[in-house]
Write a protein of this length. Structure first.
Length: 292
């Protein structure tokens, strides 16, 4: 089964989506399940994970309601106030929803040191026994901070979004390469092949230009800790949905069928507990031995 491990949905308003600037004019509209479903059919994708785009519990509830009414949306990574003292109670309420799979905070928009804060780490500790995933949304400059962060929580599953958003357009490869390998040495960290084309030059990126970034994460995480995400609809400012999947296919073509299946759906299915609870991943398992 092919799984898109990362996409968004929204009812657009300028106030709530002020990060959609003038360069992204085409994103200033609603993007809803019916829009995505058309793209899934073209790319032969059967299931998805919807990810938060606003930091509100209202949006998290909305995404869970949307997922309940659309079979292909098999999970939601929402937002909740992780650093607040009443977070455990909020977490308990969210876990009543079967398609609630994890949480994300827009750390890329926070000041340096956010992931070192006692309050946020206390919240992550509250997730330890839940099987929920925490998605890491950071810029490449925050990789060292993220590595410190995940080292404090060896029993928590983390998924790195957008390969940590290296500045591909300015060819800032070397520093990112060094730091992502350090993060990837923690075997409870997984990585999404997503968000790459929008960190490159939107109008003249190429599959071969992005390949070194793919090769680094393949070597670092291996097929058993990599998953494909589209970052739709943000993706569409630089690439069509189908072409992104074709790009990833070109990169993984030399791998074995089982390894390709892992990257295209198997890993996401286990990490986000899509296929069955029996296939969920335990933090700390070696990627070289293969996740169950």
């Amino acid at each position: 089964m092919r799984i898109d491990a990362h996409h968004h949905l929204w009812n657009y308003s300028p106030e709530e989506y002020d990060w959609i600037d003038v360069r992204m004019q085409a994103l200033r509209r609603d993007f809803l399940p019916a829009d995505l479903e058309r793209e899934l059919k073209l790319a032969d994708v059967q299931a998805t994970i919807a990810v938060q785009a606003r930091q509100t519990l209202e949006e998290t509830s909305w995404l869970l309601d949307i997922a309940a009414g659309n079979k292909f949306i098999q999970g939601v990574v929402g937002w909740a106030p992780i650093a607040e003292k009443d977070f455990p109670e909020t977490l308990d309420a969210l876990q009543q929803k079967i398609k609630f799979k994890g949480l994300r905070h827009v750390v890329q928009g926070e000041a340096n040191g956010f992931l070192d804060s006692a309050e946020f780490n206390r919240g992550i500790e509250a997730m330890r026994d839940t099987s929920l995933v925490y998605d890491l949304l950071i810029f490449a400059r925050q990789l060292a901070e993220a590595t410190r962060f995940v080292s404090r929580h060896p029993n928590q599953i983390f998924v790195l979004d957008h390969i940590a958003k290296p500045d591909i357009a300015r060819d800032q490869f070397t520093a990112w390469d060094t730091e992502i390998r350090k993060l990837g040495s923690h075997e409870n960290v997984f990585c999404k092949l997503s968000g790459m084309v929008t960190e490159a030059n939107w109008h003249c990126w190429s599959s071969e230009g992005l390949r070194p970034y793919f090769e680094t994460v393949l070597e670092t995480f291996g097929p058993s800790r990599l998953m494909v995400g589209s970052d739709w609809p943000v993706l569409t400012v630089a690439c069509s949905y189908k072409y992104w999947w074709e790009t990833v296919e070109s990169w993984i073509g030399h791998l074995s069928p089982s390894e390709r299946n892992e990257i295209q759906g198997g890993v996401a299915g286990r990490v986000y507990r899509i296929n069955s609870d029996e296939q969920s991943v335990n933090a700390g398992e070696s990627s070289k031995s293969g996740a169950p």
